[in-house]
Design a protein around this ligand. Structure first.
Ligand code: ATP
Ligand code: MG
Length: 442
């Protein structure tokens, strides 16, 4: 029979060494979000298709080209979530969270699905870390979520990544800009891709985000939204910049960022890097004051972002950001003979219940092979246990780093390991980076 050994195109497996890295990254991100007051929300991997059509927008690439949509057995149209915001906001509304004290601060890590051309940094299943801050109109909220991303990147040791910001206005000022855009693109109508020809009437802002080469080139000379902002949007943008300045967060204004989702208003931002090839946008976000209303609720200002974890891991690798070492096995028990092996089953169970990472032989290996295995799994200590040791009720505990040995009674083994571990921790904490150590403590 033919082997089935290939995952679907655009998907990835995370083998233990890789998933350990992801777990570390996720732990740091969620911990920081928690310190900023965000509580985790978990929503389903699929939603009614209508949710995304209404929120992300029916003229966006995501809705027009990239969604995994299918009918379930009852003929309902279902879509695997292509992004995190719509589901989080839907859930907040469904559970009445917006009726409680505001602001509402939600965070999540979620798989996302988009039918895209798979390549480095672009997958059909990927993972987003995101936060949504609902209920706050002030640019202080925008500054807070940008500050959060900034702190995440710094804590993870990410370098050479730049923040770009823009304002795309609101329903008051955007129509004037859309008119100017339409006029500009109308003059170049024949050069537009078929999708953009269709978008021109319905949503000309989308043309600025088109990835087709010709449309992309045209976008560079298009009118700029910042020239059309109303007073309120202008002031919001100015105060955001003042806050970022005062926070010491460097940014550049890029008037051509529009983001690929329709729900954005006012602030939009991207964190981009040139270190991981063409897919350099690691994080994208902005304000979406109209979304709750678009979903049938009462108007509610909001701001958030989505950060691609796979791209984040790629930048970390590219800039040599340090990941924590794999935790070592504390002790490897090396039984000689059947009787010792049976005793080791009990001893190892006790050690594990005490919280130690303990291993022992499961393969019936020789003494030499067992010691080789202990080296391979980087055991901190080994203890060889044969009939004589069983008789004595003690054995030699060998420190695999220093080679030092000491006779330790089985009954005292856990206590001995605990006190050695405490010594090691005291010495070790001084060597760990202060940020990460501080964060992961508790
Ligand atoms: P791009 O311009 O690269 O297509 P986007 O504008 O579609 O990105 P968003 O919808 O804002 O991206 O999603 C937020 C983040 O999710 C992106 O900045 C990126 O890090 C990540 N992301 C988006 N699509 C993918 C994908 N197909 N594979 C991996 N990560 C992705
Ligand atoms: Mg995209």
């Amino acid at each position: 029979m033919a082997l089935i050994t290939k995952a679907p195109r655009g998907t990835q497996d995370f083998v233990p060494a890789e998933s350990a890295k992801m777990r570390y990254i996720e732990g740091v991100l969620m911990k920081i979000a928690e310190k900023y007051g965000f509580g985790e929300i978990r929503t389903p991997s699929f939603e009614h298709t209508e949710l995304f059509v209404r929120s992300v927008g029916d003229t966006t690439d995501v809705v027009q080209k990239e969604m995994y949509t299918f009918e379930d057995k009852k003929g309902r149209s279902i879509t695997l979530k292509p992004e995190g915001t719509a589901g989080a906001v839907r859930a907040a509304m469904e559970h009445g969270l917006l009726a409680e004290a505001l602001p509402l601060k939600l965070s999540y890590i979620t798989p996302c699905f988009r039918y895209e051309k798979a390549q480095a940094g672009r997958y059909r299943e990927f993972h987003q870390f995101g936060v949504e801050l609902l209920g706050a109109q002030s640019s202080a909220a925008d500054a807070e979520v940008i500050g959060l991303v900034n702190q995440c990147l710094t804590t993870l040791g990410v370098e050479s990544i730049r923040l770009f910001i823009n304002s795309i206005g609101c329903p008051n000022c955007r129509p004037g800009y859309q008119k100017a855009l339409r006029e500009y693109y109308q003059a170049h109508y024949d050069d537009l891709c078929p999708t953009c020809k269709d978008r021109l009437e319905r949503n000309p802002l989308r043309l600025l985000d088109c990835k087709e080469e010709k449309c992309h080139a045209l976008a560079e000379h298009a009118p700029v939204i910042l020239d059309y902002l109303c007073e309120e949007c202008q002031q919001h943008f100015d105060t955001l910049k003042a806050r970022l300045d005062s926070m010491g967060i460097p940014y550049e204004v890029d008037p051509y960022i529009v983001r690929g989702l329709d729900y954005y208003t006012k602030t939009v931002f991207e964190f981009k890097t040139e270190t991981i090839g063409a897919q350099g946008t690691v994080c994208g976000g902005g304000r979406y004051d109209g979304l709750v209303e678009m979903l049938g609720g009462q108007k509610q200002p909001a701001v958030g972002f989505g950060m691609g974890l796979e791209r984040l891991a790629l930048v970390m690798e590219a800039c040599g950001a340090l990941l924590p070492e794999q935790p070592r096995c504390d002790i490897c028990l090396v039984p000689l003979g059947e009787k010792a092996s049976v005793y080791c089953s009990a001893l190892i169970q006790r050690l594990r219940e005490e919280g130690f990472a303990a291993e022992s032989d499961l393969m019936g290996r020789s003494l030499k092979a067992q010691l080789k295995y202990a080296n391979k799994i980087a055991a901190r200590y080994t203890m060889v246990i044969g009939d004589a040791e069983l008789e004595a009720g003690s054995a030699r505990l060998k420190d695999m780093d220093s080679g030092a040995e000491a006779e330790v009674a089985f009954a005292r083994l856990a206590a001995e390991l605990t006190s050695r571990e405490a010594d090691r921790l005291c010495q070790g904490i001084a060597q760990t980076g202060p940020d990460v150590a501080g964060l992961l403590k508790e």
